[in-house]
Design a protein around this ligand. Structure first.
Ligand code: NOJ
Length: 594
């Protein structure tokens, strides 16, 4: 008996992801270098804004103590807060203020690796006989050349810089440690039961404080194939000595054992929300082992098929895609979870991806607002738990081509641009392509400071403080304050999101829990689907993913009324049966007659 449409708070919750450095600095806040940096107190000050948007759960990317080599995804102390963000007391206050508003806080759990400045790692690297040595993955060099220079144990490439090895040599003890993201992020050795106990302890610490649950960073990378085989050659070996080794550590041999243990030891004792970040897995069987209703692992995961639609073999590269592919990815995972009693997360942005309005629609001044609303309509009408990413609700777009690469602060972009400048130094065309890839794919696009108002620094930090990262140049016109207050013939992007989230809650039986049927599948531009509640209430969603007018045959019974379109404020006056004309990037939602 499927439990897919059994109501649960974590299924219906609206989650908003905060990228803490870029969300809101409280008055007077600056980091050590005197630059404006978001803070926990800043987050607390914006809870009313989030509440009015329709948010239930605030998930913040890591705010723990960290050298910030990878913006907090390199943790030096799991039980402390980095002073640039505030203190544990500030988090206690945030939890309490959330509670007052019937909201909750979700933390990021980053336990595939720590920072190389975590005391566990400092102990581990201090000597081969240190009791913490085996908490990380140490290996002898594969070989040494005649000059004695060591070679890494295998050819795996670093994920946030594929020109480099995933192994880092430590001269003190003459061994390499595994660091699949960057040398500053040594991988923990989950084979060691003491490591697992330490992770359970961290989780309980935060759950006991009242956090709602966790987003678990690359949690499907915790088990590695123990023979550490050579990776197949997929990147040009003339320019790439190292190759992606992901197949040997994504959903590795013991991952499910560890996830079950996590469930038994921690999660089963609390009423939590859990979402696993699981890149690189496509097998339905494998995913259901984690998110199936009886899996005893996690509530849901992030499936990356949609955000990887333009990814060939590494993220900083481009691949062509079309609307049919987008439709089939979305429909596939909607159907799989319904048929197999799993659960979806619904998202199209996060801190590791460019802005959706630039990626899937047209972010020019003429169409940006329509595109952002089109994506909002799609997401607010899909089954699963919905995640909104900071700034998505006002349609922030990618930074423009004119921005110098030095404006980009992310380690992945920096490594990528260094690689381009080294290997393509005599090839201006490839260098130009590199710049284009940065403009289209860099993670930085999601990390520009939040555009709150037309006040100096967009209201992100004090007027006399330089923000840590350049704010998008359009903040005077594109900002939350203007969009919240907007009065016109149609809704602002923010108001459209607010409307969509409210509608989703009011009709949770349809949009959160309902059946899903794609219609007119062969259409090359328009994505159409019908959502149906258990009681038989039906809604038709029609999304024109093109900049041209489209004619589309309504395949259902007559539409009773068009509840909204991204071109109108309220109900839309559109054909109720037969041929429907959709304007460029138009999306509409219709109630189908019973
Ligand atoms: C995934 C995170 O989302 C990303 O930002 C980070 O760089 C890696 N995991 C490493 O923690």
């Amino acid at each position: 008996m499927s439990t897919y449409n059994t109501p649960k708070w974590w299924k219906e919750s609206v989650i908003y992801q905060i990228y803490p450095s870029s969300f809101q600095a409280h008055p007077g806040a600056k980091n050590e270098q005197g630059v404006g940096w978001g803070t926990v107190k800043g987050i607390t000050s914006r809870l009313d804004y989030l509440k009015s948007l329709g948010v239930d759960i605030v998930w913040t990317s890591p705010i723990y103590k960290s050298p910030q080599a990878d913006m907090g995804y390199d943790i030096a102390d799991y039980k402390d807060i980095d002073p640039i963000y505030g203190s544990v007391a500030d988090v206690d206050e945030l939890i309490a203020e959330c509670k007052k508003r019937d909201m909750r806080l979700m933390m990021d759990l980053v336990v595939n690796h720590t920072s190389n400045m975590h005391q566990w790692f400092l102990d581990s690297r201090s000597s081969k006989s240190n009791p913490k040595r085996d908490w990380y993955i140490w290996k002898d060099p594969k070989s040494r050349n005649e000059a004695g220079t060591p070679e890494p144990p295998n050819n795996w490439a670093q994920i946030l810089g594929e020109a480099n090895s995933a192994w880092t040599y430590d001269t003190e003890t003459g061994q390499y440690y595994l660091s699949v993201f960057t040398p500053d992020q040594p991988d923990l050795n989950w084979e060691n039961p003491e490591v697992r106990e330490a992770v359970w302890d961290v989780m309980s610490f935060w759950l006991d404080k009242g956090v709602a649950g966790f987003r678990m960073d690359v949690i499907n990378m915790i088990s590695k194939v123990p023979t550490y085989p050579e990776a197949p050659i997929v990147l040009d070996p003339a320019t790439h000595k190292y190759q992606p080794g992901t197949q040997f550590f994504v959903n590795g041999p013991k991952m499910h054992d560890y996830m079950h243990e996590m469930y038994e030891k921690v999660l089963s004792k609390y009423d939590t929300i859990t979402v696993g970040e699981m890149p690189g897995v496509d097998s339905e069987d494998e995913i259901l082992r984690t998110v199936g209703a009886n899996a005893k692992e996690l509530n849901m995961i992030f499936i990356f098929a949609l955000v990887d639609i333009d990814k060939p073999n590494v993220r900083m590269a481009l691949k062509d895609w079309d609307v049919k592919e987008l439709k089939s990815i979305v429909s596939r995972w909607q159907n799989v979870m319904i048929e197999r009693d799993g659960w979806n997360s619904v998202f199209i942005e996060n801190h590791d991806n460019p802005r959706s309005v630039s990626r899937y629609t047209d972010d020019s001044d003429e169409w940006r607002d329509k595109g952002a609303k089109l994506l909002s309509l799609m997401q607010t009408t899909l089954g699963g738990t919905i995640f909104v990413y900071q700034g998505e609700e006002i349609g922030i777009k990618n930074a423009p081509m004119e921005w110098d690469p030095r404006e980009y602060k992310d380690i992945e972009t920096i490594n990528y641009w260094n690689k381009c400048q080294t290997i393509y130094k005599d090839d201006p065309e490839k260098l130009k392509l590199g710049r284009k890839i940065i403009q289209m794919k860099a993670r930085d696009h999601a990390r520009t400071p939040m555009q709150w108002s037309s006040a100096p620094n967009a209201g992100f930090c004090d007027a006399d403080t330089k923000p840590w990262m350049r704010i998008m140049d359009d903040w005077k016109t594109v900002n939350a304050e203007a969009q919240v207050k907007y009065e016109g013939d149609e809704l602002s992007t923010w108001q459209f999101w607010q409307r969509g989230l409210k509608d989703r809650k009011e009709h949770a039986d349809v949009f959160v829990y309902g059946g899903f049927e794609e219609v007119n599948k062969d259409d090359e531009n328009v994505f159409g689907y019908v959502r149906t509640s258990k009681e038989g209430e039906k809604w038709l969603v029609v999304l024109n993913f093109s900049g041209k007018e489209q004619k589309w045959m309504i395949p259902t019974k007559e539409v009773e009324f068009w509840a909204c379109s991204n071109y109108t404020k309220g109900r839309a006056d559109k054909a109720k049966s037969g041929e429907l004309v959709l304007k460029p990037w138009e999306g509409a939602l219709g109630k189908v007659s019973g």
